[in-house]
Design a protein around this ligand. Structure first.
Ligand SMILES: Cc1cc2nc3c(=O)[nH]c(=O)nc-3n(C[C@H](O)[C@H](O)[C@H](O)COP(=O)(O)O)c2cc1C
Ligand SMILES: C=C(O[C@@H]1CC(C(=O)O)=C[C@@H](OP(=O)(O)O)[C@H]1O)C(=O)O
Length: 359
């Protein structure tokens, strides 16, 4: 479906080469003073054309709010918004009207619907994620009032992996370079690799790490809607995502219980804490009050600036030319998308948690 969330719900609409992209947020709490410039700043972090290592499509991505906000505050009614497309170059997609790009969504959309907007991949384009960033920026502002902070950063591009854990990093440094890795020497190496790959007409994958601090204990449902299950779904719903892990993740499979167990203690304020955090802040699908941290793996972008073998709608062998403006690596622009999806999930669970208490 085109809607996500239980109490804080986002519906998105639009295509990459249609008039624009937008959304409707239902269930946002009323009387929240919104900083609209901050929402625009978040969109600017995702915007195409923001640097030399991303797609060169030039969009201002200016968001226009149509409802749900009065005198700068949320009214509790649906918040509808629209972002107009200004720089779609649809002629770059003419050769794909009856052909399928390898590993994009052209074939699966054609087989599912029997009709597709081939221009820019239509609805399968990551342009849709602009709407998620608007909702995420609003959710983040609500969560900040609750002392919850969400941040993400690029921790890997190809084989270049940041060798520091989240707690050794300065979140303020994420925006200090165009790849969004908060460690300057690693960022430099990542940028050089993306430039090199782009020069070769190729693309490369990467990892975005996410951190959620200040989550109270008790968020999440115990069986199906486990907090980590919803985070996984939210992250896996982002274009080009191939993997999600939280806490010790796949590394945990190599460990023994005696190493992996997070031992409890009571701190000086009387709060129950754990000495280690292999659980990643979630036990039994419910937050335990420790920091939630996770990793999201993105594949290399499917559209290459070189020719590739493929087939057309008749199943005949063809060669697809590399054309248009594409990201050589998605992770620099995926950082605000990951933060946004995390914020939407956490706010939704916070509202669900509050619904348990009547006073
Ligand atoms: C921020 C971002 C930017 C992307 N840019 C491109 C792009 O320029 N070209 C492209 O072919 N795919 C791009 N993608 C990936 C496609 O949208 C994605 O591969 C496609 O929808 C097929 O879905 P799947 O890879 O999840 O199976 C991007 C993804 C993200 C998250
Ligand atoms: C437009 C955006 O990124 C696009 C994401 C995308 C894809 O296939 O996902 C392919 C390219 O689309 P187009 O060729 O139509 O410009 C990117 O530029 C955006 O993120 O706003």
């Amino acid at each position: 479906m085109n809607t996500y969330g239980t109490l804080f719900r986002l519906t998105t609409f639009g295509e990459s080469h249609g008039p624009g992209i937008g959304g409707v947020i239902d269930g946002c709490p009323p009387n929240i003073e919104l900083d609209q410039e901050e929402i625009q700043r978040e969109l600017n972090r995702r915007r195409p054309g923001q640097s030399k290592i991303v797609t060169q499509r030039k969009e201002s991505d200016c968001v226009e709010f149509l409802s749900g906000i009065f005198e700068g505050k949320t009214t509790g009614t649906p918040i509808a918004f629209f972002i107009r497309n200004h720089d779609a170059k649809s002629k770059d997609y003419g050769h794909l009207a009856h052909a399928f790009r390898p590993s994009h969504a052209d074939y699966t959309y054609a087989v599912k619907y029997g009709i597709r907007d081939y221009r820019g991949g239509g609805r399968s384009s990551a342009r849709e994620t602009a709407a998620r960033v608007v909702a995420g920026a609003i959710a983040k502002q609500v969560l900040r009032r609750e002392g919850i902070r969400i941040w993400a950063y690029v921790s890997q591009v190809g084989e270049i992996a940041l060798q520091k854990a989240w707690h050794e990093l300065n979140p303020e440094a994420v925006e200090s370079n165009e790849v969004r890795c908060p460690d300057a020497p690693t960022a430099e190496a990542m940028i050089a690799l993306i430039r090199q790959v782009r020069k070769e007409g190729d693309t490369i994958g990467g990892v975005v790490s996410g951190v959620i601090e200040g989550v109270p204990p008790g968020l999440g449902e115990p069986v199906f809607d486990k907090l980590h299950a919803e985070l996984a779904k939210a992250m896996m719903s982002i274009n080009a995502v191939k993997g999600f892990e939280y806490g010790s993740g796949f590394e945990g499979a190599k460990m023994r219980g005696s190493q992996h167990n997070d031992l409890f203690y009571t701190d000086e304020t009387g709060r129950i804490r754990t000495r280690t955090n292999y659980s990643g802040g979630i036990q039994g699908g419910i937050s335990n009050g420790e920091t939630i941290y996770f990793r999201v793996a993105f594949k290399p972008v499917a559209t290459l600036m070189r020719s590739q073998e493929s087939i057309n709608e008749q199943g005949e062998k063809i060669t697809i030319e590399g054309k248009g403006r594409h990201d050589p690596c998605v992770v620099p622009r995926a950082v605000p998308i990951v933060e946004s999806m995390a914020a939407i999930v956490i706010l939704d669970f916070l509202l669900r948690h509050r619904a348990y208490a009547l006073d």
